[in-house]
Design a protein around this ligand. Structure first.
Ligand code: ZN
Length: 160
């Protein structure tokens, strides 16, 4: 592939990387925490679990919320449900050419854009279970795109 195309994709990746956290923050401050689920990890026993955001906030003490496994009040939010990039590691490491990777990035970005538009069109407060599931999928696609862009840098560096 041409250098110009690679540079373009790289720039698009940087643009994406910078704007996503802002979008997320905006939507989080605008909405109630009702349909947000956090990924929480205990610093005492390393157990990771999910906790609805409103419940997490209610249970949060000085050193964290109580761990559901060991009971120590040392569990902290590490992300949003579904956003763990480790989930995609094997799938993405199996991609070995920039051509295949470009297709994967375009597909994941199109999925994200379509789902984000669908989510934005949902009336607030309606169908919380569906909103929670869509948030989980959006968080998963954000994590996947991050992992794909990291892979892009790895493959692009090796291809010079
Ligand atoms: Zn624990």
């Amino acid at each position: 592939m041409g250098i110009a195309a690679a540079a373009f994709l790289g720039a698009a990746g940087v643009w994406y990387w910078r704007t996503v956290p802002e979008r997320t923050q905006l939507s989080e401050t605008k909405e109630a925490l009702g349909d947000v689920i956090y990924r929480v990890r205990c610093s005492a026993c390393d157990h990771e679990f999910e906790e609805p955001a409103a419940s997490y906030v209610a249970k949060l003490g000085r050193e964290g919320m109580p761990c559901v496994k060991c009971g120590a009040p040392k569990a902290w939010r590490v992300g949003e449900a579904g956003d763990d990039p480790a989930v995609f590691r094997d799938e993405i490491q199996a991609i070995t050419t920039t051509d295949d990777l470009r297709i994967s990035i375009r597909t994941a970005q199109a999925d994200y854009d379509r789902l984000a538009a669908e989510f934005a069109a949902l009336p607030e407060g309606a169908d919380p279970a569906r909103r929670a599931e869509m948030r989980r999928q959006l968080a998963g696609l954000r994590a996947k795109l991050q992992a794909l862009h990291i892979r892009w840098d790895e493959l692009a560096d090796g291809g010079h």
